[in-house]
Design a binder for this molecule. Structure first.
Ligand SMILES: [Zn+2]
Length: 443
């Protein structure tokens, strides 16, 4: 393999050997600093067998493929905790190191298409969905029907039973409930929102069925209604106004009640007219095609509001200081936000809000993995899924997740420019089962 130009060249034979399912019965990711989702392991090897993590070990043993990860960071596959899936997304996410995605709103037809894509491309990202969630007539995100983005979907009848509405969403396949409290901060117009009684009834009905509730909020007033009436998480950071006492109160209440927050900084900055498309770098930048590069430049607003953006960053920094669990999510494909690539920008923005290295890595791996998925998603634990990202460089110097060196999905090498040794299998391996698309309820 010639690496004289700094990038690996691999022959097609080598490539085939790495991605051939029969070769991936035992994969070793050797050396490197391993962060397993909660703890560090130095000078150890990660071994994946039949698609699942076998262990983190210092003992060398036979393997079919060995990737040399010395000088690299080895972490669980990334989880994007806030996306809106469309056909074409899940099959491409692993190339960006994103091996699992939480869909925060989609209609049944769109999800059917995503499900077909997952079956057609066995190495697609794992995913689960809120389905259509709880909105009121005339409220967000019902304007998307008029824009032709989604087919018609039911809204809550103010005279009807909230519990029955929630049950219908669960029967439709919702893995958690999303409730929309967008009073117009982002939309730029006053919108109707579910009132406190509805939010409380949604939380009671969902919790009774063992499902979590996540609220879309973008202002502190909506955030307070959500957390005081029982939601488990917020799908965005709020955009505080100047001298916003309610935002300070919200930070305290979020921390006290143990609510998690998915700040989606990359989407909020776009909504405030501040772009981060220019921040794509390294391997990630090379994988963003022309159409998505154009999408990254197309922001949610043309006039920038840097003061509001600064207040939002300060809000997230205060959440972090208060010990609130933050999750990395992008809200892709909101204007300016690119599926896969923008999660790396979100990681950088969370760091810029003062999150320490371990907290940033947790936010993009084990925190969303354990909240939304089972099977060890977001962690490198024995018996858990063998989804791994290898990043160039020592993270203690500077975390630059965009310098992807390898991605392993369910034990199969999706992409790699690491030096690799491929051994002849002693006996023909049994075929590896493909990762099944996860569309199931929260624990
Ligand atoms: Zn969203």
């Amino acid at each position: 393999m010639d690496r004289s130009d700094g990038r690996a060249r691999r022959t097609s034979d080598e490539r085939r050997a790495l991605t051939d399912p029969s070769r991936r019965c035992r994969v070793r990711v050797a050396g490197g600093s391993i962060f397993d989702g909660t703890r560090w392991h130095q000078d150890r090897d990660l071994v994946i067998e039949n698609g699942l993590v076998a262990g983190i070990t210092a003992t060398a043993s036979r393997c079919d493929v060995q990737l040399d990860a010395r000088g690299c960071l080895v972490v669980p596959g990334f989880v994007d905790a806030h996306m809106h899936l469309f056909p074409g997304f899940v099959s491409r996410l692993p190339a960006f190191g994103v091996t699992a995605a939480v869909d925060m709103f989609s209609t049944p037809n769109v999800l059917d298409a995503v499900r077909r894509e997952s079956v057609h491309h066995p190495l697609s990202a794992r995913w689960m969905s809120a389905g259509v969630g709880v909105s009121v007539e005339g409220g967000h995100p019902r304007q998307l029907i008029g824009q032709g983005m989604y087919e018609a979907f039911p809204s809550l009848d103010p005279a009807g039973s909230v519990a029955e509405f929630v049950d219908a969403r669960i029967d439709e396949g919702s893995a958690f409930l999303k409730v929309f409290l967008e009073a117009g901060r982002v939309a730029g117009q006053v919108l109707p929102v579910p009132d406190a009684d509805i939010v409380r009834a949604v939380c009671q009905a969902a919790h009774r069925r063992g499902l979590r509730v996540i609220a879309h909020v973008t202002d502190a007033a909506g955030g307070l209604v959500a957390v005081r009436n029982g939601v488990d998480g917020l799908a965005h950071a709020v955009i505080p106004g100047p001298d916003d006492a309610a935002a300070e109160e919200l930070v305290r209440e979020i921390a006290e009640r143990g609510v998690f927050v998915i700040p989606t900084l990359v989407a909020i900055s776009s909504a405030l007219g501040i772009g981060h498309g220019e921040l794509f770098a390294g391997t990630v930048a090379r994988r963003v095609n022309q159409a998505w590069t154009a999408h990254a430049r197309h922001l949610g607003r043309t006039t920038a509001d840097p003061a509001a953006w600064e207040r939002t960053q300060r809000f997230v920094a205060e959440l972090a200081c208060a010990g609130v669990q933050l999750l990395a999510g992008t809200d892709a494909a909101f204007p300016g936000v690119v599926p896969g690539a923008s999660l790396h920008v979100e990681v950088a923005l969370l760091q810029s809000c003062g999150l320490p290295l371990d907290d940033v890595l947790t936010a993009v791996t084990s925190a969303p993995g354990s909240l939304f998925f089972t099977d060890g998603v977001g962690r490198l634990v024995p018996g858990g899924v063998g989804d791994v990202v290898v990043i160039d460089g020592d993270p203690q110097d500077q975390l630059q997740t965009q310098r992807l060196r390898a991605v392993v999905m369910a034990g199969a090498v999706v992409t790699s420019d690491l030096d690799a040794a491929v051994e002849e299998p002693a006996e023909r391996a049994s075929p590896v089962t493909a990762p099944s698309p996860i569309f199931r309820r929260s624990p």
